[in-house]
Design a protein around this ligand. Structure first.
Ligand SMILES: [Zn+2]
Ligand SMILES: [Zn+2]
Length: 275
């Protein structure tokens, strides 16, 4: 046998040519010269197959991941090691350097490529809603037959913020586009109904009280006839708070505990506890 390319004889043949000639033509990896990634300019979520995902990943990491996803290594490669580098940013284009080292047919093969990763900036639907001040629910914090205490408002806002921070990991509409301070209480606008309900649940655990939901039709989808509703959730804190004095049947009681559903009082004359 001899190699038709170089005429070498008595050599190992692969695909009809000698190993040397094979390795000369061999391509270790394939990677497109131009790669485009579409990301949201606000949250860095990436658009992939029509879906936005993986928000808050640094841009560099997005570029590295785009390179990795686009590399195909030959099946003949063994012990391959791939090095990725961003040479420089030219506007929204990252000029990259990719080097692969592998063992192929017992020989070390090194191959380099210089692909460009272009970042296409867009805005994901959640961020565009957020920018437009979109909200699905309003929590109306009120007190029953009295004004809210400053301390209650401070505690409530702490609970609201803490709950939304936690919700935000899975619900990007867990935000407050606005707070309206009214004479009768505060209105907290919440991006998503789901997160608003979670907030109300936690507020009720802390303060007790009653809730009432009133949906309002905002608009109607002409094609489906389906309505878009916004829900107003009124949370009314109990009339009495802990340590309040209550007069009832000529006895004076002090409120010792209030939770979601009940109130506990102490008769100040005989220290009887009534729940
Ligand atoms: Zn040859
Ligand atoms: Zn976004």
């Amino acid at each position: 046998m001899f190699c038709p390319e170089c005429g070498a004889t008595d050599v190992e043949m692969i695909d009809g040519i000698c190993k040397n000639c094979f390795l000369k033509k061999f391509q270790l990896m394939e990677i497109p010269e131009n790669i485009t990634v579409t990301i949201c300019k606000h949250c860095n979520a990436k658009l992939e197959e029509g879906k936005w995902k993986d928000e808050y990943i640094p841009e560099e990491e997005i570029i590295y991941r785009a390179l990795e996803r686009n590399i195909t290594i030959s099946d003949l490669a063994e012990n391959e090691e791939i090095e990725l580098e961003i040479d420089q940013m030219r506007g929204t284009i990252a000029e990259c350097y990719v080097e692969a080292v592998a063992t192929v047919l017992g020989e070390e093969v090194v191959e380099t490529h210089t692909p460009d990763v272009k970042i296409n900036y867009s805005v994901c639907p959640d961020c565009s809603k957020r920018n437009a001040g979109y909200y699905e629910a309003v929590i109306q914090l009120r007190a029953d037959d009295r004004e809210l205490e400053d301390e209650e408002i401070a505690t409530a806002e702490e609970i609201i913020n803490r709950t939304l921070d936690k919700q935000f990991k899975k619900d990007k509409l867990a935000y407050i586009p606005q707070v309206a301070k009214l004479k009768e209480g505060n209105d907290y606008y919440i991006g998503s109904l789901k997160s608003a309900k979670k907030v109300v649940e936690h507020l009720k655990e802390e303060f007790g009280g009653t809730t009432k939901e009133s949906p309002r039709l905002i608009s109607e989808d002409k094609s489906t006839g389906k309505g878009l509703y916004r829900i107003w959730i009124a949370l009314r804190l109990p009339k009495f708070v802990k340590d309040d004095f209550v007069k009832y049947h000529d006895n004076v009681y002090q409120v010792s505990d209030v939770d979601g559903n009940r109130i506990q009082v102490i008769n100040l004359e005989n220290q009887d506890i009534i729940a």
